[in-house]
Design a protein around this ligand. Structure first.
Ligand code: NZQ
Ligand code: ZN
Length: 384
């Protein structure tokens, strides 16, 4: 096992009816900016529950944070927060709203041009405190310090992390997910699955607990993912999905092990250039990535084949190939297509995608730093 430091300061408040607990966790005198997306929290009644829980506190709402939140929109929220003199942010929504709120929180305290936080990785030392009410199990943003922001004008999608951008708390009420459309449930399952893979499917370092935790989370997703689509109001299924997606990216399974993240980086360019949902990009890139890099991931691919997919027969190459096929099959069973052509993207765009990776310095990705631009090109080609 590798050396590590693990610290996660986010308090999780989990279960049906827990939005009411906001009253105990938002500072009593806070001037709150509620940040939200395109309207789902109004139609499903979540906003009303939040407002009731805030009681007499002064609050304003900023709505309109879009999926793949943009710098342009978030800077409007920064202006509103300044104008209203707010001192606490409450993100109510999915990963995009929470990621966007991390950026707003950081930008409000940042000296200089806030896009530098993404483009130049300018350190974020301070942020306005914030909490979240999660309505979409997927990204893990509710219990991590990462944020992925797009710049519409530049066609960039970049990330930052900071110790100052962990949510103080996150409320996870599985009943808030009942109103999700099937596409977003499927996206969430695929995103969480790939988060686990990015931290698990690298090379062995004899980290037994991390491996078995990761395998347990993967197995849970293969079980509850299809159930979540089939039975939208099954509380137990939604609760298991929600907690699995949080644990998939809260630092626990990634502590002390090598991490990959190349699939995410290639996926971000696909969203930036073609507007695909984040999870759609991962479903396209991951099977191709595993195929192209099967030699360097050989030992872990064999372990994954046996422990997650119960594949124990055939030669090593056959088992690896069967595990990759099972992975693709799982995404397709969740109704997320896995080829570029399924989204009307042809091979001509590969040059542009590779040029963007180059522009963003993504030239030595993966756990060995050996995913060069040439390897990335092969992955996109394999995914065609
Ligand atoms: O905008 P509203 O009206 O709220 O609708 C949203 C949105 O259209 C809807 N939705 C959310 N909760 C709902 C609901 N509709 C009905 N009922 C509910 N309860 O779902 C749509 C998608 O929402 P979004 O927040 O974009 O989805 P997700 O949670 O998948 O977040 C994706 C974003 O997170 C980033 C991605 O890059 C992408 O920008 N990621 C963040 C990570 C992190 N911070 O650690 C890691 C991930 O790898 C990922 O990159
Ligand atoms: Zn992701």
């Amino acid at each position: 096992m590798q050396n590590f430091t693990f610290h996660n300061p986010t308090r999780i408040i989990f279960g049906e009816g827990q939005i009411a607990a906001l009253d105990a966790h938002v500072p009593p005198n806070a001037r709150v900016l509620i940040t939200s997306g395109g309207g789902s929290i109004k139609s499903n009644g979540v906003l009303a529950q939040v407002q009731a829980a805030l009681g007499e506190r002064a609050w304003h709402v900023f709505s309109g944070i879009e999926p793949n939140p943009t710098y342009e929109t978030l800077m409007e929220a920064v202006a509103l927060a300044r104008q209203k003199n707010v001192d606490f942010l409450l993100a109510v929504g999915g990963g995009s709203v929470i990621d966007g709120t991390k950026f707003i929180a950081a930008a409000l305290k940042f000296d200089g041009e806030p896009w530098d936080i993404l483009a130049r990785q300018a350190p974020v030392r301070e942020a306005v405190p914030f909490g979240s009410v999660l309505t979409l199990p997927a990204t893990g943003s509710e219990m991590n310090n990462g944020s992925v922001i797009s710049h519409r004008a530049k066609g960039d999608k970049l990330f930052f992390t900071s110790d100052a951008t962990y949510p103080l708390f996150s409320v996870l009420d599985p009943t808030t997910t009942y109103s999700l459309p099937p596409r977003q449930i499927a996206n969430g399952v695929v995103d969480a699955f790939v988060h686990i893979i990015e931290q698990y499917l690298t090379y062995p370092v004899d980290a037994k607990v991390q491996d078995r935790f990761a395998e347990g989370l993967l197995l849970t997703l293969t079980e509850v993912g299809p159930q979540a689509l089939a039975e939208p109001h099954n509380y137990a299924v939604r609760a298991n999905l929600m907690w699995t997606a949080t644990l998939a990216l809260n630092g626990l399974i990634g502590a002390g092990v090598p991490q990959d993240w190349a699939t995410h980086m290639l996926g971000h360019e696909l969203t930036a250039l073609h507007g695909l949902d984040h999870a759609q990009t991962l479903a396209i890139v991951l099977p191709a990535m595993l195929s192209v890099r099967h030699e360097s991931k050989r030992a872990k691919l064999l372990q994954y084949a046996e422990r997650v997919w119960n594949i124990t027969e055939g030669s090593a190459d056959e088992r690896i190939s069967a595990a990759i096929t099972a992975t693709r099959g799982f995404f397709e069973r969740m109704s997320v297509a896995t080829r570029l052509r399924d989204y009307q993207i042809d091979e001509q765009s590969i040059d542009k995608l590779v040029a963007k990776l180059d522009e963003h310095g993504m030239t030595q990705l993966g756990e060995h730093g050996d995913v060069t631009l040439e390897v990335s090109r092969q992955v996109y080609q394999f995914a065609a």
